[in-house]
Design a protein around this ligand. Structure first.
Ligand SMILES: [Zn+2]
Length: 81
């Protein structure tokens, strides 16, 4: 993960604007783009949200692996390689 160190203000409604460079790099330009908000101690982590398998885009039997979603079928396929 790249540490960017960009400082942004939070408006009165709690919103921030993600820099366009980061949105482009992470393919977060579409209207349906989502991020997951994770609070850890005094840190807030924004992670690109995915609700489907990174390989086949299936939405059933998903497992989280290092922040990525992988379906059971693809896990089984990978384990045979
Ligand atoms: Zn899959």
């Amino acid at each position: 993960m790249k540490h960017v160190g960009i400082v942004r203000s939070i408006d009165t409604a709690g919103r921030i604007v993600l820099p366009i460079e980061i949105r482009k790099e992470l393919d977060l330009m579409g209207e349906d783009s989502k991020v997951e908000i994770i609070a850890k101690g005094n840190e807030i982590l924004l992670r690109k949200y995915a609700d489907s398998c990174i390989f086949c885009h299936g939405k059933e039997n998903l497992t989280d692996f290092n922040g990525q979603k992988i379906c059971r079928k693809c896990v089984e396929g990978i384990s045979k390689v």
